[in-house]
Design a protein around this ligand. Sequence first.
Ligand code: HEM
Ligand code: 2DC
Length: 435
Amino acid sequence: MARKFQQFGPIYREKLGVYESVNIISPRDAATLFQAEGTLPERFSVPPWVAYRDFRNKPYGVLLKTGEAWRSDRLMLNKEVLSPQVVEGFVPLLSQVGEDFIRRARAQVEKSGREHWTADFTHELFRFALESVCHVLYGERLGLLQDFVDPDAQRFIDAVSLMFHTTSPMLYLPPALLRHLNTKTWRDHVQAWDAIFSQADKCIQNVYRDLRLQRKSTKEYMGILCNLIMRDKLPLDDIRASVTEMMAGGVDTTSMTLQWAMFELARAPGVQEQLRAEVLAAKREAAGDRVKMLKTIRLLKAAIKETLRLHPVAVTLQRYTTQEVILQDYCIPPKTLVQVGLYAMGRDPEVFPKPEQFRPQRWLAAGPKHFQGLSFGFGPRQCLGRRIAELEMQLFLMQILENFKIETMRAVEIGTKFDLILIPDKPIYLTLRPL
Ligand code: HEM
Ligand code: 2DC
């Protein structure tokens, strides 16, 4: 897309399979697009995901619902997943998982006998991310940061990666066609979703049973699922559908972003030192209180934004227009699919001077940032897991910076690969060295 914007300018039309879209890159056009979205925004609905649910007769969660059905589910979910009061309650749960990661890293250093831990952290971070999202969803620990990993949980992780991987080759085929396909890719895709749904169902059933048998202590935070069930405002099937989506959506997204963040910090030791100084000062001032610390670590938050600028999870944001919208000199009719090229925007020198430089400070400097930080999308349809993801990543990086120096082995260039979400095109080797 970056190349096509170079060739055709800041707006171009393209047909992918059976889908036509208008692609834009400038924050101003993105602003116009999002400001014209109504109360029921719709994005491109990933055909293989829809086809799987129709094929197996599985319910849609918020990810794939549209119209009023989407809105009423989403409003209920927002209260338990996004609202500031609830989110503060996630801090102890997510810190605990971070502490376990640190403990595990120290044990790995010990085991190596070399005073550091060098590895491709992909799988470690997948487990960290699944453990984190499950702790807030279910109020329970899976124990994925121990030496023995539950094979079911590992299967879930592998299924999510396979699900993403098998989506992209079928991305632009219509759902009706997909269901009748009998290719290896489609069969693998079905198998991956089957594994995702059955594992999520097991977790959900467990919580449901504990709740019925009153085995859950009502003293501590009981998890998002429990609270949704107890509120009794959403039918159980709708709760299950969206909780399954959150469990699956919580693995590759935050883990890959954390991997990129550590990679960028390893390559920019000066920035890493600045962040460490900020975190240690915050820790002293807040006497270790994580909630307080989170209020003062501005540069760390900017570093996460900066990571997502260079390495967004979603290559584009998309909306169907509901009314006529004027972009550049073009009049875009209603019901047009418009895509904001998030990856291309993040690397556009017109928007971000010296885009190749990892410079968190750019987010704190004076000047307009209008519609520039769009990594989680925008408006009522933005990422439902945003607050969980942000907190999880802030706490993780805080804890890593307090305990380890992050280094990278060689100066290998790492590119980006489209695997439905954007991921590194080769393994990233990182070193954690105790301070
Ligand atoms: C939607 C990004 C983590 C669950 C989205 C969208 C983006 C996004 C760009 C589309 C938003 C739009 O159209 O405006 C990210 C990034 C993440 C992340 C960058 C982490 C670095 C998560 C996590 C969860 C999650 C941890 C689950 C807890 C969802 C769901 C939707 C969504 C359910 C669909 C919401 C709806 O349609 O109402 N995400 N995400 N995401 N995300 Fe995330
Ligand atoms: C993929 O052209 C490329 O957050 C397509 O946690 C357009 C498109 C549409 C929707 C995007 C998708 C892209 C990338 C992955 C996203 C998805 C919306 C939500 C999803 C961004 C850009 C993601 C990863 C969710 C996934 C939840 C799922 C596992 C149940």
